[in-house]
Design a protein around this ligand. Structure first.
Ligand code: ATP
Length: 244
C-alpha cells in the first residue's frame, strides 16, 4: 500500500541545518498497523509527515497504491490526501465547532452534499462510540473523547490509510488504552491501514504488526511484533525495547 523509498529531509532554520531523515526506506502492507518508534528527535514525525507531503522530502519517492506521489501536482495531491486520514498528539479540533461539525469538515471540503454528510457523521461517531456527544463542543470533552472525535474526522472520507502522530502521548494510561482499542477496532472493521509514530513501546506492543526503530534520522532496525513480543537483534534496539 505504501512504499517509502530512500527519503531524505533537511530542515533549514536561521543558523542551523538539521538532517532529519537520511535515506529512509520501508514498506507497509494493506491492513497492517506499522509503528515508527524512537527517542525524541529521531525523525519519526518527519517520516510520517512526508507520507502525505505535509513535509516535502528533498529526495526519494513515496508510492501510495502504486502511484509515485513525487510526480503529483498540488491539486492531484489534494485528492490523494483525501485517501489518507491523519490524527495528532493534541487532537487539532476546531474549538468553535461542535463535535458533529468537526467531523463534517473534511466532507464539506470534499464537496459532499448535506444529507450524505449528516448520515456519514452519525456513522463515524457511532464507530468511535461518541454519538451522544455530537452537539458538544471540544472544550467540554475529555482528552480521550477529543482524540476519538479526531479519529472520527480522520476516517470520515473513507480513507484507506490513517497516519497517527503520537496519538496517545497527551493521554493518561487508561485513556491511552481506550484510544489503542478504538484504533485496533477500526483496523479490523474497516481494514484500515495505520502508520503510527510513537515513543511508547507499550503502544507498539499492543497495536503494531511491525515496527521500524528510528535513530538519528535513520532506520536502525525493522522488527515483527508477535503477540506483543519484539526481538531486536541490535544492541540499540534491545536497549530501546527495555527502556521505553
Ligand atoms: N519544522 C522544523 N524545523 C526545523 N527543524 C525541525 C522541524 N521539525 C523537526 N525538526 C528537527 O528534525 C529532527 C527530527 O524531528 P522529528 O519531529 O521528526 O522527530 P521525532 O522523532 O518525531 O521527535 P518527537 O518524538 O520529539 O516528536 C529533530 O532534530 C527536530 O528538532
Amino acid at each position: 500500500m505504501i512504499v517509502v523509498e530512500s527519503i531524505s529531509k533537511t530542515y533549514y532554520a536561521k543558523n542551523a541545518e538539521t538532517l532529519a531523515l537520511q535515506n529512509i526506506s520501508f514498506k507497509v502492507q494493506e491492513g497492517e498497523v506499522y509503528g515508527l518508534i524512537g527517542l525524541s528527535g529521531a525523525g519519526k514525525s518527519t517520516a510520517l509527515r512526508t507520507i502525505n507531503f505535509l513535509e516535502v522530502p528533498d529526495s526519494g519517492h513515496i508510492y501510495f497504491q502504486g502511484d509515485d506521489l513525487v510526480l503529483k501536482n498540488k491539486s492531484e495531491m489534494r485528492l490523494v490526501r483525501q485517501k489518507m486520514g491523519m490524527i495528532f498528539q493534541h487532537f487539532n479540533l476546531l474549538a468553535n465547532k461542535t463535535v458533529a461539525d468537526n467531523v463534517a469538515l473534511p466532507l464539506e471540503i470534499a464537496g459532499w452534499n448535506k444529507a450524505d454528510i449528516k448520515k456519514r457523521v452519525i456513522e463515524c461517531l457511532e464507530l468511535v462510540q461518541l454519538s451522544n456527544k455530537k452537539d458538544a463542543y471540544p472544550a467540554n470533552l475529555s482528552g480521550g473523547q477529543k482524540q476519538r472525535v479526531a479519529i472520527a474526522r480522520a476516517i470520515a472520507n473513507h480513507p484507506k490509510l490513517l497516519l497517527a502522530d503520537e496519538p496517545t502521548s497527551a493521554l493518561d494510561p487508561l485513556t491511552k488504552g481506550e484510544i489503542i482499542d478504538c484504533l485496533l477496532d477500526l483496523n479490523k472493521k474497516l481494514n484500515l491501514t495505520i502508520i503510527i509514530a510513537t515513543h511508547e513501546m507499550k503502544v507498539v506492543r499492543k497495536i503494531c504488526n511491525r515496527v521500524s526503530i528510528f535513530k538519528d534520522g535513520k532506520i536502525h532496525e525493522t522488527l515483527d511484533v508477535h503477540n506483543g513480543e519484539l526481538n531486536p537483534t541490535t544492541e540499540y534496539g534491545q536497549a530501546l525495547v527495555r527502556e521505553l
